[in-house]
Design a protein around this ligand. Structure first.
Ligand code: GLN
Length: 488
């Protein structure tokens, strides 16, 4: 096995025993990147020299006995997170040359834990999308089938983990952008409770929905990453001062005596039969885990897509007002006056999907329409929250498919935004309600594409989510496969 194929916890043991150095691991990951990146295109910016330099420093620390579980481990970061002195493009032309003067809190935390940064990953422009096709920097391919999308918007982060171009990564999830690409690329992805992880230094898309979370090769790695990134941050007013448990300590406990809720609204017509059958197989395992399943109803699920596509664009239209060609980023040439400069910079700087969202959002917030749209959508959010509150009175976790279909073909949905929006139908309720959710691999389609399973838990119950995910992961015991890239 090459070092790049291993998990965080496996590499940690090898670093500790001296069998491998961080330099060995980092060099191995960059060899892998050099071999497959052209085919996958997971990254916008690669940080090879910095990474090798940090690896050498990590090795000194490790020899001194200073090590955390992430010391010396190569991690990739979505290009929506501010990194001091390193370009942070958000997948957009308008921020093509933006270099933040500070680090996001999660970046600081990873640095303090000794992680090595491999680079900034590709994404849908400003995280608006489900396929990574809206990036200004080109399309990321699904490592399992380069004719297909990796999901989005954290498609680069998911593909990089699946293709072994990093050991783990960070993504962000506003309506499913961690869980959906994790499902389509066959990796684990967790969206924490709103407020669990600091958003300081995360470029805002929809501030009441955005969360940062890990994308990893297995559930244990996900717990390790959560241990580092979770927690209160005085720089971020929506981060919550709740205690962070040691997530890893919950993994081996099993779920004996638990009740797993199966919501009927998540098993809908039009769903891919291979997805439903993979998920149904897992439902059949519940008893073997000493737990029981119960049918539940989340009756307002069907309003989720409509509510999300008011709230998210409305908040985006306000957040993106700051890109005006003045303060930072791209400024169009040849303007005759200030207004003209604003118009030209924004017209040329943003891509089509971002403009569509800004227009929808501005319309929804305009005077006279606010009550009809944003306020109504907020009311639906309250009802959806209540659905989940009621459900968690009778079950410990909820089990659903992560996506209605496996990865679709590149270009298949680009002309039909509604079809694209519908690929988040199972993930966005967790964002609207603020609860945590995780996607883990649960099978493959006949064509060899990964299929994901979603688990949801109550507010700040990430430990329950990870406990259940770990139990299911073990029970599913999915055959280990690796995507074939250039035949390697
Ligand atoms: N696909 C959804 C959207 O386009 C969600 C994106 C996200 O979670 N960042 O808005």
């Amino acid at each position: 096995m090459e070092p790049y194929e291993l998990t965080i916890h496996e590499l940690h043991e090898k670093l500790r025993s001296g069998e491998l150095t961080s330099l060995d691991i980092t060099a191995s990951v960059f060899e892998r990147i050099e071999a497959v990146e052209e085919e996958v295109h997971s990254y916008i910016t690669l940080l090879k020299e910095d990474a090798l330099e940090s690896a050498r420093k990590s090795d000194i620390e490790i020899r001194r006995g200073n090590m955390s579980q992430l010391t010396g481990i190569p991690i990739a970061v979505k290009d929506l997170l501010c990194t001091r002195g390193i370009k942070t493009t958000c997948g957009s032309h308008i921020l093509e040359d933006f270099i933040p003067p500070y680090d996001a809190t999660v970046i600081k935390k990873l640095k303090n834990a000794g992680a090595i940064f491999t680079g900034k990953t590709n994404m849908d422009e400003f995280a608006m999308g489900s396929s990574t096709e809206t990036s200004y920097f080109g399309i990321t391919k699904n490592p399992w089938d380069p004719e297909r999308i990796p999901g989005g918007s954290s498609g680069g982060s998911a593909a990089a983990v699946a293709a072994d171009e990093c050991i783990a990564s960070l993504g962000t999830d506003t309506g499913g952008s961690i869980r959906q690409p994790a499902a389509l690329c066959g990796v684990v992805g967790l969206k924490p409770t709103y407020g669990r992880v600091s958003r300081f230094g995360l470029v805002a898309f929809a501030s009441s929905l955005d969360q940062i979370g890990p994308m990893t090769k297995d559930v244990q790695d996900c717990a390790i990453m959560m241990n580092v990134i979770a927690g209160y941050d005085s720089n971020e007013s929506t981060s919550v001062p709740a205690e962070v448990p040691d997530y890893e300590s919950f993994l081996k406990r099993g779920i004996e005596g638990w009740t797993v809720g199966i919501p009927k609204e998540y098993f809908i017509e039009g769903m891919d039969p291979e997805v439903s059958s993979a998920v149904e197989k897992v439902i059949a395992f519940i008893e073997a885990l000493g737990a029981k399943s119960c049918h539940i109803s989340l009756p307002h699920t069907r309003y989720g897509v409509a509510a999300y596509y008011i709230v998210a664009p409305a908040e985006a239209s306000s957040n993106l007002a700051r890109y005006d060609g003045v303060k930072y980023g791209f400024r169009a040439a040849g303007s005759s006056n200030l207004m003209d400069m604003y118009k030209k910079s924004r017209s040329q700087g943003f891509g089509a999907e971002v403009k569509r969202r800004i227009m929808i959002g501005t319309y929804a917030l305009s005077s006279g329409y606010y009550d009809a749209y944003y306020k109504k959508a907020s009311q639906i959010r309250s009802l959806m929250k209540k659905d989940f509150d009621d459900a968690f009175k009778v079950c410990d976790v909820i089990l659903t498919p992560t996506t209605p279909t496996p990865a679709f073909k590149i270009g298949e949905k680009t002309d039909d935004p509604l079809q694209m929006y519908l690929s988040d139908v199972f993930t966005l309720p967790a964002n609207l309600a603020g609860i945590p959710g995780i996607s883990i691999p649960c099978g493959y389609s006949e064509g060899g594409l990964p299929i994901g399973l979603q688990l949801l838990a109550g507010y700040f119950k990430e430990e329950k989510l990870l406990q259940a995910a770990s139990a299911f992961e073990k029970q599913i015991n999915l055959e280990k496969r690796r995507p074939l890239l250039h035949g390697i």
